[in-house]
Design a protein around this ligand. Structure first.
Ligand code: A3P
Length: 294
């Protein structure tokens, strides 16, 4: 029987996809998902919840520095703290407070997060920019059995179509944003902060301060400025390439930009045709019943 996961593979994914509940997921993480809801967490865990390519590395590093109280890069790539793909034992070895990140929807996450009232941060980005960034990742990252084959080998047009239908790993960005936008209503007593990639671009120091105050780690204003500067696109890219331990870095094609590609807002205009953009907007408007794309 055809599923959205199998349709995604027909559209060009070499990365194995499968359905988990009603969502399309990379097969590699499905075995973690079956026990995810009953996992236990720590009271002081901080959860960074994003759709892939929304600025996860950026916010994760800011939070790591805030918790450390100084602009010093975390030793490892954020993948060391990936709730969806690391084992419980691996995550257990991280010191408190752990800054864990996930691309999952709230309903797939450990119930313990809500019971313990952990701090939850949702990062969002213009969904079209996220689609472009995800396409470049999928066409340049060697995820398939460590072979040279990229995760997606189809065309851009196929990718946009698959994305709009949600036939891609972690399902559609639109569904993801919608579920996270509803989060405060569904969990009014869980501390929750929403951060936008575009706001970070406009005023990173203010966003660093917001993040620090939210997790109850206020710092002198000068330190916010130092952290924002250390987490600027070029410095963060350099740190990931030359300073950090590479253990948890996924393999990208030789010569590709890796996780730090352009770091801009609005690059989608260089990729989407007018027809693709209008179709995306229609689905977006249907999903939200209003249009406020930045
Ligand atoms: P682009 O591919 O558009 O350049 P994630 O960390 O969720 O995978 O998101 C990656 C995206 O965030 C990439 O977008 C990357 O360049 C961008 N990014 C990461 N750090 C950034 C920073 N300090 N400033 C601006 N963009 C950043």
């Amino acid at each position: 029987m055809s599923t959205r996961a199998s349709e995604g593979m027909v559209s060009g994914f070499s990365l194995q996809l499968e359905m988990f509940e009603d969502l399309v997921m990379p097969s590699g993480i499905v075995h973690h998902l079956s026990t995810m809801k009953t996992r236990s967490v720590r009271d002081d865990d901080i959860f960074v919840c994003t759709y892939p390519k929304s600025g996860t590395h950026w916010v994760w590093e800011i939070l790591s520095m805030v918790v450390a109280g100084r602009p010093e890069y975390a030793k490892h790539w954020q993948n060391s703290a990936h709730l969806d793909s690391r084992t419980e034992e691996e995550l257990d070895s991280l010191p408190s407070p752990r800054i864990l990140f996930t691309h999952l929807l709230p309903r797939l996450l450990p119930r313990d997060i809500w019971d313990r009232k952990c701090h939850v941060i949702n990062v969002q980005r213009n969904p079209k920019d996220a689609v472009v960034s995800y396409f470049v990742q999928h066409t340049n990252q060697n995820w398939v059995d460590k072979s040279r084959e990229a995760a997606f080998t189809g065309t851009w047009a196929n990718y946009v179509d698959a994305h709009i239908k949600g036939n891609i790993p972690y399902d559609s960005v639109l569904n993801h944003s919608l579920c996270w936008n509803r989060f405060p209503q569904d969990h009014p007593d869980v501390p929750f902060l929403q951060v936008h990639f575009e706001d970070l671009k406009k005023d990173d120091v203010t966003e660093v301060k917001r993040l620090a105050e939210f997790i109850n780690h206020p710092l002198p204003y000068e330190v916010y400025k130092q952290i924002a500067d250390a987490c600027s696109f070029s410095k963060l890219k350099h740190a990931h390439q030359h300073i950090k331990d590479q253990t948890f870095h996924n393999q990208w094609r030789e010569g590709s930009s890796g996780y730090f590609r352009k770091g801009e807002s609005g690059d989608w205009k260089n990729w989407f045709t007018v027809a693709q953009s209008e179709r995306f907007d229609r689905v977006y408007q249907r999903t939200y019943s209003h249009s406020d794309l930045k």
